[in-house]
Design a protein around this ligand. Structure first.
Ligand code: HEC
Ligand code: HEC
Length: 206
């Protein structure tokens, strides 16, 4: 092979340098998106720990009834879901639940108190919480979540009355205070923001 003349060498060097730059950029992008995903999944695990806590999951059931208490037992008085999650004529949720907590009687309350639709169930029909990966998939499936994108989920977690209720859940009928989710509302919103910022990644697996 004849030796390269000077201008050929220069072209070769330029091409080589451009090639090296693009390779290193690709590696950097791949590793930083990987890092971003790891940060997002870690934030999701925090979000998940709140979703499956009793104050939230008691309304996100897979059955025809809401649940009560930290042991998530079936709602008393045979309160049932009904076709729209608001109970049945004669025994709607609103016959007992008002738009605020009634601490004198121990009936919790919040704006438009009713069960989440079955598409938003976070437990199985035996009342066992679904896995983190399964809840994440359901939450990010726009055919199941009333077409919410990441921004809408963040808004829901920041402002929705029934979400806010979980941090102000009032007194039980025996006068003791209901327990709170495992972190503050502020930290929950911050974790949701990090997860949404990372593109709502879900953990792998079932
Ligand atoms: C007959 C009155 C009555 C009806 C009807 C009723 N509830 Fe309740 N509900 C109560 C009372 C009282 C409590 C508090 C029980 C306790 O804390 O031990 C309660 C508690 C709850 C809780 C538990 C909160 C928690 O985290 O512990 C949820 C969730 C709930 N109701 C949802 C519903 C939904 C949804 C409907 C309609 C499908 C409904 N309820 C219908 C009276 C009623
Ligand atoms: C009193 C019942 C009730 C409680 C308590 C409740 N939710 Fe819900 N949740 C609902 C209902 C009803 C909907 C459906 C709203 C709609 O029609 O769009 C819903 C929808 C959602 C959605 C929409 C997306 C989806 O796929 O599920 C999210 C996210 C959510 N709730 C989060 C929470 C969190 C977090 C908590 C606790 C901090 C909570 N909810 C507590 C009733 C409840």
């Amino acid at each position: 092979m004849p030796a390269l003349n000077r201008s050929q060498t220069r072209i070769f060097l330029v091409v080589f340098v451009l090639f090296a730059i693009s390779i290193s950029q690709a590696i950097w992008a791949a590793s930083s998106s990987h890092e971003n995903e790891a940060v997002g999944v870690a934030a999701w695990e925090q979000v998940y720990s709140v979703l499956v806590s009793p104050r939230c999951i008691n309304c996100h059931t897979a059955t025809n009834y809401p649940q009560q208490g930290d042991d998530r037992h079936r709602h008393f008085a045979n309160a049932v879901r009904g076709p729209d999650g608001i109970g049945v004529p004669g025994l709607t949720c609103f016959s007992c639940h008002q738009d605020r907590n009634a601490d004198s009687t121990g009936v919790p309350g919040g704006s438009n108190w009713h069960l989440a639709p079955l598409s938003m169930q976070w437990q199985d029909i035996n009342d066992r919480p679904l896995s983190s990966a399964a809840v994440c998939r359901a939450l990010t499936d726009r055919s199941k979540n009333h077409n919410m994108d990441g921004a809408a989920l963040l808004k829901h977690h920041s402002e929705e009355a029934l979400v806010l209720w979980a941090w102000n859940p009032g007194l039980r009928p025996d006068g003791s205070a209901r327990t709170l989710p495992p972190m503050s509302h502020e930290d929950f919103v911050a974790a949701t923001r990090t997860w949404v910022g990372a593109g709502t990644p879900c953990p792998r697996g079932k």
